[in-house]
Ligand binder design. Structure first.
Ligand SMILES: [Zn+2]
Length: 411
């Protein structure tokens, strides 16, 4: 093959191959390239202006995509420039996005492989160190992120995620409308979230936030209202329902211990059934619950209370919501269901944030979905010490999922 053919196969715009070396034993291919005659515009990598003054010529070797079975590297002739603004600087070359010894398209191939396989596996396949693969993947994601348009932030989601014994908690801030995480911060204190508002959002952007969907965790609410006083706090329905699930579980356990013998056998193993919504149970499971309820009215009452609480979020006016709440609480009378009494108190104590949903119906479930993605990534990657990397991965995941849904709709 002539150099001319290699130039066409390599297809680096503006560059031509002038020397080649094939090592059949080691299965390696090396190509030397330099600028084509017409491609003489040199750009400073520091400031992006075009510079004519050449300081020196040097070579760099980078790994590129393989050619059949041959691992391919490209030795590229480069210029160091004397920029009037930056001093002596390397020129900017599209195929060399970083100082690392890899071409842009090689890095992109690694990044793509990392989307569907764990880092270790990609590293083995490409004969690279796992840390190198991680660094490449992060750079690819950073470049992807840098060219994205910033979306408006009207509905903010804030939640916490437990990472494990070492790192404990991280705070996750997300955009509920675009369905993607915006920021991860260590710990879950008021100061943690302060960092997000102070460092990540301009005052203009802070003022545009209409609502924040949060858990009933006070440090977060305090921080939000401190930075964006116009923002309405909406308590996440899922967290309220979690309290309802905890209440029914407490009733179940109390009944289990209160009644002996036959009843104990009946209640045993029904935890999951009681926590599942009626409409999600098949007929057989519904019958199982019915048999249980026939023998234990108290459990039935508790289950109905839990099931009916969900309707609270279907009302579009504050008055209707309040009416339904009071009606729900009235049903508790004479029931002696302590855990539900406590739940009622919790509702009343946090009422404003629950009621706000009818003013700003934020997308519930987004926060949970994002947390789910983060957990999946953590399981697959076996711990991310680099939170920024984890965030970028989760953002890519979120964006691709939306694209997938859009495609499905179109089909
Ligand atoms: Zn410059």
């Amino acid at each position: 093959m002539r150099d001319n053919d290699w130039t066409r196969v390599l297809a680096w715009p503006g560059y031509r191959v002038w020397r080649q070396e094939i090592n059949e034993e080691a299965k390696t291919l090396r190509l030397w390239v330099r600028r084509k005659r017409g491609n003489k515009k040199l750009v400073c990598s520091g400031c992006g202006r075009s510079v004519k003054d050449i300081h020196e010529i040097y070579e760099r070797e980078v790994r590129d995509l393989p050619c059949f079975q041959f691992r391919t590297t490209v030795v590229i002739e480069l210029y160091r420039l004397r920029c009037p603004d930056c001093g002596v600087k390397a020129e900017r070359v599209a195929q060399l996005p970083s100082k690392a010894p890899f071409s842009k398209r090689f890095e992109e191939a690694v990044g793509e492989a990392c989307e569907s396989a764990p880092v270790r596996q990609v590293a083995r396949r490409m004969a690279l160190a796992a840390s190198t693969v991680r660094a490449i993947d992060k750079r690819v994601l950073e470049r992807w992120s840098a060219q994205r348009r910033q979306l408006p932030l009207r509905h903010l989601g804030v939640d916490e995620l437990y990472l494990g014994r070492k790192q404990k908690f991280v705070t996750v801030a997300s955009n509920l409308e675009s369905g993607e995480p915006l920021w991860l911060g260590e710990d879950r204190t008021e100061e943690t979230l302060d960092q997000f508002f102070g460092e990540q959002l301009t005052p203009w952007r802070r003022k545009r936030i209409e609502a924040a969907c949060v858990d009933m965790w006070e440090p977060f609410t305090k921080s939000i209202l401190g930075w964006a006083s116009q923002c309405r706090i909406v308590f996440d329905k899922f967290h309220v329902m979690q309290h309802a699930n905890a209440a029914i579980d407490e009733v179940r356990r109390a009944e289990f211990f209160r009644k002996g013998g036959r009843m104990r056998g009946l209640v045993k193993g029904k935890r999951w059934l009681l926590l599942t919504r009626w409409m999600n149970l098949d007929t057989g499971k519904q019958q199982m619950l019915n048999r249980l309820f026939a023998l234990n009215r108290r459990l039935m009452k508790a289950y109905l209370l839990k099931e009916s609480l969900d309707r609270l979020w279907t009302y579009r006016s504050a008055a209707a919501m309040r009416r339904y709440r009071d009606q729900w609480i009235r049903q508790l009378r004479w029931q002696r269901l302590k855990p539900f009494q406590k739940l009622a108190e919790l509702l009343l104590r946090h009422w404003e944030g629950i009621e706000n949903y009818c003013h700003v119906p934020v997308r519930f479930g987004v926060v949970e979905a994002i947390n789910g993605n983060l957990k999946a990534l953590l399981r697959r990657g076996r711990g991310y010490r680099d939170l920024q990397y984890l965030l970028l991965k989760a953002q890519k995941m979120a964006v691709q999922k939306t694209e997938f849904i859009v495609l499905q709709k179109a089909a």
